[in-house]
Ligand binder design. Sequence first.
Ligand SMILES: Cc1cc2nc3c(=O)[nH]c(=O)nc-3n(C[C@H](O)[C@H](O)[C@H](O)COP(=O)(O)O)c2cc1C
Length: 181
Amino acid sequence: MIAYFSVPEDVDTTGVDAVASASIVVSEGEKLGNTQYVAELIQDSIGGDLFRIETVAPYPLDHEPLVDQASEEKAEAVRPELSTQVEDFEQYDIILLGYPNWWADLPMPVYSFLESYDFSSKTIIPFITHGGSRASRTVETIAELQPDASVYDNALVLSRNDVASSTDDVTAWITNIFADS
Ligand SMILES: Cc1cc2nc3c(=O)[nH]c(=O)nc-3n(C[C@H](O)[C@H](O)[C@H](O)COP(=O)(O)O)c2cc1C
C-alpha cells in the first residue's frame, strides 16, 4: 500500500503546464501536491493500492494560514481526526508512507495515521518531500511511534524543486528496494 499525506496549495497555475511551482505539480492539467505526485509515480512504477490520509477538517490551501495552523498543531501536539480509513489494514505487509516535512516534523495527521493502526511486523518505507530541511528526524520519529515495525532507513528524500523532474529517481529508488527483497 502507498499511503500519503499531501496538501496541494492554492497557487495560480495560469500558463503552467506539466511543471512545478514550488508547492504543487501540474500534471495533465490537474493540480497535485508534491507528495501526492511522488505517490502516483511510485504506483505507476510498482502498482499497489494508493491511500490518501485526509482529515475531517480540511487544511487551508493558502500558504500563510496553512503554515500558521500547522505550527499551532505541532506546538499543541494535536492529532487531527482522519476522514479516511484503510480497509483491511491486516492484508498489507509493506506500507510506503509519504508526507511533506512540516516544521521539521511529520505533519500531525501522519501522527494520527501512525497511531491508528498496528504496524507490528510490517515494513514502513518513508518518502518525503521538503523545502530544504530534508527528512529532519521524521524517519526516527516513525520508528519511535511504531517500535515493532521495521522502518526502512534509506528513505526517498526529495526537494520540492526536484519533484516534477523526479520520475527516474523515484523509479530507480523503488525498483532497487524491491530488487533487494
Ligand atoms: C505547514 C508547512 C510547513 C513546512 N515546513 C517545512 C520545514 O520545516 N522544512 C522544509 O524543508 N520544508 C517545509 N515545508 C515545505 C514542504 O515540505 C514542501 O513544500 C512539500 O513538498 C509540500 O508537500 P505537499 O505538496 O505534498 O504538501 C513546509 C510546508 C508547509 C505547508
